[in-house]
Ligand binder design. Structure first.
Ligand code: IPE
Ligand code: IPE
Ligand code: MG
Length: 246
């Protein structure tokens, strides 16, 4: 087994086990067509299924997608309401296909600011796909990395205050247990579309050693071919995790 194989955590496998995507560029895609931003969000949502379905053949077990950030509330009321309505419609429309395709869906992010109907749909989708194992799809909705760490720290502090956790035992294995992603492996590859080279508060803790791909394609133009190319390129990367090549 080569050192690179070891770093993926899967002997003999060079591909990324967990890919996370910052789906950016919907607004610019719509603008280029003289259409409202929401038109771009609808086009973007339509791209998700093809990417999820491409995962098993590419050896990707976990796919995490950034749908709405804790900062996206700053947008106009029309856009925010349109996005929330799109999420409700998306879940309602895609639930059956996701279940039948063997996709296990999870949501990460803070639910408190989401409306009750959306929360109910999210809960239902998580429940109805809970036995699936073919692909683990995680949707980050009202997600912010700093917010997640702050919420995790609050719960950790509560456990200390209640005597359930010894402060002397806290190390870098402790905090991840309190993060929304506690059941997920860390992402191996983070892709951002639309030409922006920033992470915009996505998976801050978890991506400490992720590989990054920033590509110019706008999210509604993203395809399984582009995805496959990025997954292939990942295989040529030399992940050292601070060490040196043997
Ligand atoms: C990403 O596309 C989707 C969300 C943030 C909800 P944008 O809406 O950010 O599109 P651009 O970046 O303005 O083109
Ligand atoms: C990041 O995109 C959030 C999502 C893709 C959901 P943004 O468009 O919100 O990020 P910034 O504002 O360009 O940093
Ligand atoms: Mg954007």
């Amino acid at each position: 087994m080569s050192p690179k194989d070891q770093t993926t955590g899967r002997p003999g496998q060079r591909g990324p086990r967990h890919v996370a995507i910052i789906m950016d560029g919907n607004g610019r895609w719509a603008q280029a067509r003289g259409r409202p931003r929401l038109f771009g969000h609808h086009a973007g949502a339509k791209r998700v299924r093809e990417i999820v379905e491409a995962c098993p053949d590419l050896g990707v077990e976990y796919l995490t997608i950034f749908a709405f950030s804790t900062e996206n509330w700053k947008r106009t009321q029309v856009e925010v309401a349109g996005l929330m309505s799109l999420f409700r419609r998306y879940i309602t429309k895609e639930a059956r296909a996701l279940r039948e395709e063997g996709v296990r869906v999870r949501f990460i992010g803070d639910r408190v600011r989401l409306d009750d109907k959306l929360i109910r749909l999210m809960d239902e989708l998580e429940e109805m796909t809970a036995a699936n194992t073919r692909v683990h799809l995680t949707i980050a909705l009202n997600y912010g990395g700093r917010d997640e760490v702050a919420r995790a720290t609050k719960r950790l502090a509560e456990d200390v205050a209640a005597g359930r956790l010894d402060p002397a035992s806290v190390d870098e294995e402790t905090l991840p247990k309190y993060l929304d992603t506690y059941v997920l492996p860390d992402p191996d590859l983070v892709i951002r579309t639309s030409g922006e080279a920033r992470i915009s508060n996505f998976l801050l803790w978890q991506s400490a050693y992720a590989e990054y791909e920033f590509i110019d394609t706008l999210w509604p133009d993203f395809s399984s071919e582009i995805f496959a190319g990025l997954v292939r390129d990942y295989g040529a990367r030399d992940r050292r995790f601070g060490g040196v090549r043997a």
